[in-house]
Design a protein around this ligand. Structure first.
Ligand code: F6R
Length: 618
């Protein structure tokens, strides 16, 4: 939520910052702004421009009124929390004398009392934001003679909540200072230039060398240096790493949307998620799971905590993990888990599933679990993000950057990571024989090819979307692992096409939802593979029942299963795979459908209204 950029170096800061914001816009797009240190006049003033709406509005404004040349600047793209998304509330915010400019991601929880304190001292606020108080406090500190770094340390000690702050001081033109608590921040290390970003996409064009910061740290960048301290001023060091993807991964590459590109990247993403994680005999080697075999054998409960799409990946994982390991596995929304006093012990393994690794609800959930003594394992796509950093172990999903707000390849690779985890636990605990595990691994190895087969039929799904482009409501039905697929299909449609969409367990139909069925209502139905005939037969009955009541049935069924043909208004063929793995192929047509329907409705698929890619506030 919110993208922040900082730059100091030999280039034009305006273009570096704007380009960085363009790559971070998926994090929030309610407004955008930039502040540059005006080194031309020597007045110690900041030049600032900000506009409500997307980055394009800011760029238009900058085209009309140019900012001065500068080699030091900060920028922000906002997902509004405090105050409406208008020009006044847009970041950067300035101090009372406009000497300091500051951008912020997060929420300053004690802003009301700080604001009252500042106002009683004669400060005038121009916005409704929590951020502006931090700008005023910071400027008040530099006015007393503190340098910007010391001022930032002092201010951070007074703030409560979650925040990443980045600031410049007009009278200290070669320095950008940033701070983080519970919110993402990385440093990009260049030559004769350095960068700040919410994530590495902000500077990937310039450098792939990055520095990960810890909790409650302040970083100062100049052209030639990076210095890190704690909020109390104690010098410390960040963790340096090399970013293993390049600029092309952050480009649309000829696709109309990042989302569509990411859907089509899924065969290689799934392959990468498997890479190096088993040997030729199918024996799993998850070296990164730094929890000893002894401890893994003692686990008596698994709790998966996650939100949104990641939660649905967790629901699929439950079927597989319980089946292979016989360990009870609960799946819970992180925000519900955290506040209901869950029963956790030292033998509970909490699995935190998060594409971004920054979801505040999930972060709070794992902190709570750790306080109770439980082991925490993260399944995450973002290197160096907060959730894996605070976990005992991590399985990275290696999907590459996911920029479309709606998660696609993030979901598929989470599924793969869950299957690997389940099989690994079965291997360590001996609940499955090696050859049984090898058989599943062999099936997983075929997944990239199967996903490609589904993608090869994309035109058929697009035609279906064209046919239903005026629909106001769509239902999704599934059983067993098809149930989370139904939930995910509905979520994709809600968030992208803004229409009523719901996913149901097919067995639940007669307990209420069947009342929704009316003439012509499109209903996607995920039919379990023939290997699970008891499930499949029940699903077929459900399809007959809704069709008899007028539903337009769009049936996802495996290749060669023709028993359903008489009851399907449309058929989508899926490759033949085991039931537990079916979500990997079954969800892909639903992603394509949502992407295409939203495109036809004229919506911005990559930046759906009211949403942001990583939800860094609770
Ligand atoms: C939906 C979507 C969201 C995220 C959720 C959790 O397409 O992307 O529902 O899945 O906000 O995000 P992460 O996985 O980053 O914790």
């Amino acid at each position: 939520m919110c993208g922040i950029v900082g730059y100091v170096g030999g280039k034009q800061a305006q273009s570096v910052v704007i380009e960085g914001l363009r790559r971070l816009e998926y994090r929030g797009y309610d407004s955008a702004g930039i502040a540059l240190v005006d080194s031309s006049t020597g007045t110690g003033q900041i030049a600032c421009a900000k506009r409500a709406g997307k980055l394009a509005n800011l760029e238009k404004a900058l085209g009309e009124v140019a900012l001065p040349e500068s080699s030091t600047g900060i920028g922000h793209t906002r997902w509004a929390t405090h105050g409406a998304p208008n020009d006044q509330n847009a970041h950067p915010h300035l101090g009372q004398q406009a000497r300091v400019a500051l951008v912020h991601n997060g929420i300053v929880e004690n802003f009301a009392s700080l604001r009252a304190e500042l106002e009683s001292a004669g400060h005038e606020m121009t916005s409704e934001t929590d951020t502006e108080v931090a700008a005023h406090l910071l400027e008040r500190e530099v006015q007393t003679g503190a340098d910007l770094t010391t001022a930032m340390q002092r201010v951070c000690q007074r703030l409560e909540g979650a925040f990443t702050l980045v600031a410049v001081d007009g009278q200290d033109p070669d320095r950008v200072v940033a701070a983080r608590r519970n919110s993402p921040l990385v440093v990009g290390i260049g030559e004769g230039e350095n960068f700040i970003g919410s994530d590495v996409a902000a500077f990937i064009e310039h450098t792939r060398e990055a520095l990960e910061l810890g909790q409650d740290q302040v970083v100062t960048i100049t052209r030639d240096g990076v210095a890190v301290t704690g909020f109390d001023g104690t010098p410390t060091e960040g963790t340096r790493y090399h970013v293993d993807w390049d600029l092309s991964a952050a480009e649309k590459d000829g696709y109309d949307w990042f989302m569509r590109k990411e859907i089509f990247e899924q065969p290689s993403a799934v392959q990468d998620a498997m890479l190096g994680r088993h040997d030729a005999s199918g024996r799993l080697q998850l070296d990164e799971v730094r929890i000893s075999d002894g401890e893994l054998r003692e686990i008596d409960k698994i709790v998966i905590v996650a939100c949104g799409t990641s939660n649905y990946a967790g629901l699929v994982a439950k079927y597989a993990i319980e089946h292979w390991t016989r360990i009870p596995c609960e799946v819970e929304l992180s925000h519900e888990f955290r506040y209901r006093d869950p029963i956790l012990t030292r033998n509970t393994l909490v699995v935190a599933m998060s594409q971004s690794g920054e979801t505040a609800d999930t972060l709070m959930a794992i902190r709570h679990a750790k306080e109770q003594g439980s082991r925490v394992l993260a399944i995450c796509n973002t290197n160096g993000s907060t959730i894996p950093r605070e976990s005992d172990a991590v399985i990275y999903t290696h999907a590459g950057p996911e920029i479309g707000v709606a998660s696609t390849k993030g979901f598929l690779t989470q599924l793969i990571a869950c299957y690997l985890l389940g099989l690994y636990l079965a291997q360590v605990r001996g609940t499955k024989f090696g050859d049984e595990i090898a058989l599943v691994v062999a099936e997983l190895e075929k997944m990239p090819e199967h996903v490609q087969t589904v993608l090869d039929d994309a035109e058929k799904i697009y035609a279906l979307a064209a046919k239903h482009s005026k629909t106001k409501s769509v239902l999704f039905l599934g059983r067993h692992t098809g149930f989370p697929v139904a939930l995910e299909g509905a979520l994709k449609l809600k968030e992208l096409a803004y229409i009523h969409a719901e996913g149901f367990a097919a067995g639940e139909l007669k307990h209420g939802p069947i009342a929704l069925i009316e003439e012509g209502l499109p209903v996607f139905c995920v039919v379990p593979p023939e290997g699970r005939d008891e499930l499949r037969q029940k699903m077929i009955s459900a399809i007959q029942e809704i069709r008899a009541r007028g539903a337009y049935t769009i049936v996802l069924v495996e290749e060669g299963d023709d028993s359903i043909v008489p009851y399907a208004d449309e058929l989508i063929r899926l490759p033949r795979v085991p039931t537990l793995l079916q979500p990997v192929v079954a969800v892909v047509p639903l992603q394509l459908f949502a992407c295409e329907l939203a495109t036809r409705m004229g919506h911005d698929v990559d930046q759906p209204r009211n949403l942001a890619k990583s939800v860094t506030v609770e």
